[in-house]
Design a protein around this ligand. Structure first.
Ligand SMILES: Cc1cc2nc3c(=O)[nH]c(=O)nc-3n(C[C@H](O)[C@H](O)[C@H](O)COP(=O)(O)OP(=O)(O)OC[C@H]3O[C@@H](n4cnc5c(N)ncnc54)[C@H](O)[C@@H]3O)c2cc1C
Ligand code: SF4
Length: 442
């Protein structure tokens, strides 16, 4: 008998004041009792709208039914058969516009808390042994594939291919694998240990990851083919900084959100003590930067955003958590100039829009986004570009204009979502498998 309560079991959270003093996760996760109770709100629909709303078509009612029975291992196995990164997706997917946005229970009340249940299931697995040593290796099929980039697109592509018996090597520029999941989304939303655990799981399946190796500098895509790889997947993301393009952008006191978020955990706790911070941007990066500034000691953090708060392309519950922590949003506001004081440092933002004409600030964080880096386009003959500077790829097979080279995720679309990148990684693995089966040892 389904639990017909209208509202979700709330996600327990660290107190907003307390969490400003640490980088620990703000959301604490369901207990087993809350998870079972929430799972019983699912109607196990015959034609589940939630699955239609999920880009990866995760078998949502099937895994939730296992949670409702208390069979958490069964729930995990059901999830992991389709998604390589369930502990990540449960935390950062914009469920409100995907699965939960379509859930039938959301018509008259709140939808089933699918994300919270996914997170619970993946965390239960981690807490009860995590990556299992007896993960089965697929029989090697004798074919080698190189993957460029270890974000969700590259890791998913690699994970799918090793399950088919391919020998897969992932090349990553940074000293850590994980892409924006590791060096972007802050730890108070996605703990590093969670990403590491998901990566270990893939390594146990046989994925090899080589860090501090930038393809296009040390080795080119052509060199990878010469080394015997039969196909290459490019999942290099969209890590190139975009500028605000207003006067004053180079003043002392202006920082990039990308740099701040990449270094946030290395910075000393009080490095922004007493600062009056203004963030410019609309998306997750802007919200994350403002919350990070407060954790680093800023006196206040205001976000100048071009849209109404309820229409921001940032996750709704994270906007709410940011507001609980004291972040103030200035909606429908355009920044036209960054103004200097007599000391030559930032003193204010000049604004146009519905609010004030000026916003005083001694620190400005630019979070207007990032775009695909052209390095691989420049160093790979035959690779075509999209109009917006990404790598052009077929939307179904992810094949590019260069034979044997596939691409997906933010490198193709510009900044998107983790689940979007994973979906592309899975499609590319299918495209690569078909290509190699039809053209062995090209
Ligand atoms: C601050 C922030 C917050 C976000 N919040 C969310 C959220 O809440 N929910 C959500 O779904 N999405 C969120 N996103 C977006 C999400 O992280 C990305 O869409 C996703 O990570 C893209 O995956 P990807 O695999 O395409 O690229 P990435 O994750 O960017 O990974 C690409 C990797 O390739 C490496 N690389 C690049 N060039 C080379 C090269 N030449 N050789 C070797 N390696 C290379 C990079 O170092 C990087 O590690 C956020 C992004 C940021 C920055
Ligand atoms: S739409 Fe909602 S109620 Fe129906 S199966 Fe999906 S999660 Fe359960």
């Amino acid at each position: 008998m389904a639990n017909m309560r209208m509202d979700k079991n709330p996600m327990p959270e660290q107190d907003p004041r307390a969490r400003l003093g640490n980088f620990d996760e703000a959301a604490l996760g369901y207990s087993a009792e809350a998870a079972i109770d929430e799972a019983k709100r699912c109607l196990n629909c015959k034609e589940p709208r939630c699955v239609q709303g999920c880009p990866m078509a995760v078998p949502i009612p099937a895994f939730i039914a296992k949670v409702a029975e208390g069979d958490f291992k069964g729930a995990y196995d059901t999830l992991f058969a389709v998604s390589n990164l369930p502990a990540v997706c449960g935390r950062v997917c914009p469920q409100e516009s995907l699965c939960e946005g379509r859930c039938i229970r959301g018509i008259k009340g709140e939808p089933v808390a699918i994300g919270c249940l996914e997170r619970f299931t993946a965390d239960w697995h981690i807490q009860n042994g995590g990556p299992s040593p007896d993960d089965e290796y697929a029989e090697p099929n004798g074919h080698r594939v190189a993957v460029i980039g270890s974000g969700p697109a590259g890791l998913t592509c690699a994970g799918e291919l090793v399950r088919l018996g391919y020998e897969v090597t992932v090349y990553e520029s940074m000293d850590r694998a994980g892409g924006r999941m590791m060096l972007g989304i802050p730890a108070f939303r996605l703990p590093r240990s969670v990403v590491e655990m998901e990566i270990v799981r893939l390594e146990n399946l046989g994925v090899e990851i080589v860090t501090e190796s930038t393809v296009g500098k040390a080795d080119s895509v052509d060199a990878l083919f010469e080394q015997g790889f039969e196909a290459v997947f490019i999942g290099s993301g969209a890590g190139m900084l975009l500028k605000l393009n207003v006067p004053g952008e180079d003043l002392p006191g202006v920082l990039s959100a990308k740099d701040l978020l990449m270094r946030s955990e290395e910075l000393a706790a009080g490095v922004m003590a007493g600062k009056h911070v203004a963030v410019v941007g609309d998306g997750d990066m802007a919200v994350d930067a403002a919350r990070t500034a407060l954790r680093l000691g800023a006196a206040d953090a205001r976000v100048a955003c071009t849209k109404p708060v309820e229409a921001l392309p940032a996750r709704r519950e994270e906007v709410r958590r940011a507001q609980d922590e004291g972040v103030v949003f200035l909606p429908e506001t355009k920044v036209t100039e960054i103004l200097a004081g007599e000391d030559g440092r930032v003193r204010a933002l000049k604004l146009s829009g519905s609010g004030p004409d000026e916003l005083a600030a001694d620190t400005v964080i630019v979070a207007v986004g990032t775009g695909p880096d052209p390095l691989l386009l420049h160093t790979t003959p035959g690779l075509g570009a999209t109009e917006s500077g990404g790598i052009a790829a077929d939307p179904v097979s992810c094949a590019t204009s260069r034979v044997g080279v596939f691409a997906g995720g933010d490198a193709v679309t510009g900044v998107g979502t983790v689940i979007g990148a994973m979906t592309a990684g899975r499609a590319a693995a299918a495209g690569i498998h078909k290509y190699i089966q039809e053209n062995p040892h090209q």
